[in-house]
Design a protein around this ligand. Structure first.
Ligand code: URA
Length: 242
């Protein structure tokens, strides 16, 4: 393995090519433990946890595992057309590091989005075979009936799909949303088909008004992240997907 020089370290965490990283160092913009680092070729025996670039302390991890609380009117795409891109809510350097979303949420939906630059992690979480269930809280335009619930649990055929899809669990909950007591339905599904939850409720004659993803596998949305907020996953959280 080549030695971990400062220019390599900076480039590996999204601060451009090695040449661009060298330029940052030469401009005096890189500090470690309060001291300006002047030599881009200085070698680290062990990777420092954080480094300061242009006044901002940044962690030096190269493998990104991020949870983001997506607001509505944000698209899960690098080339968002009608709304802001979810990637605009993250540091630019993450895009340079190859970050992608794990699956997608519609622009109209909110809730937990995971992002990573590790293809195997993304693939594992997206694979229906691995069985990471996804849980969504929805509000509906019409009263939710026992017949609709039974149909969703039994399975519904969606247009252009090969097999029926069914809810693994449905729980009705009255919760406060923006301070207002609201009837909601929490639905758990195993797949991640296009607009799946909206289409499932439409298939039984109802209509989803709001949709929030509240968990993936055993990982819950961290509600302390305000809308648009993000944080790195902890080692314990990552282990939930091992
Ligand atoms: N199902 C939907 O219909 N929309 C989402 O964003 C996620 C699941």
């Amino acid at each position: 393995m080549p030695a971990l020089t400062l220019e390599r370290l900076l480039s590996g965490i999204g601060f451009g090519s090695r040449k661009e990283a060298r330029a940052l160092v030469r401009m005096g913009l890189v500090e470690l433990d309060g001291k300006v680092l002047e030599d881009p070729f200085v070698e680290f025996e062990t990777r420092p946890e954080n480094i300061t670039v242009n006044g901002e302390e940044v962690p030096t991890v190269e493998k990104l595992y991020v949870m983001l609380h997506k607001p509505t009117d944000v698209e899960c795409s690098h080339n968002a057309r009608d709304h802001q891109s979810v990637f605009a809510l993250l540091p630019d350097r993450f895009t340079a590091m190859g970050i992608q979303t794990v699956g997608r949420l519609d622009a109209d939906s909110s809730g937990m989005i995971l992002l990573s630059n590790q293809g195997d992690f993304i693939h594992k979480l997206e694979s229906p075979k691995k069985g990471f269930l996804k849980r969504y809280r929805v509000t509906l335009a019409r009263p939710f009936t026992e017949a609709q619930k039974a149909e969703l649990l039994k399975g519904v055929m969606l247009k252009d799909e090969r097999r029926p899809v069914f809810a693994r669990e449905i729980v009705e909950e009255r919760v406060a949303i923006d301070g207002v007591e609201t009837d909601t339905v929490v639905i758990t599904i195993g797949e991640g088909l296009y607009h799946q939850v909206r289409r499932m409720f439409a298939a039984v004659g109802n209509h989803v008004e709001t949709l929030e993803r509240i968990s993936i596998g055993n990982l819950q949305l961290d509600q302390s992240l305000g809308l648009g907020g993000w944080r790195f996953l902890t080692a314990e959280e990552l282990a939930l997907f091992a």
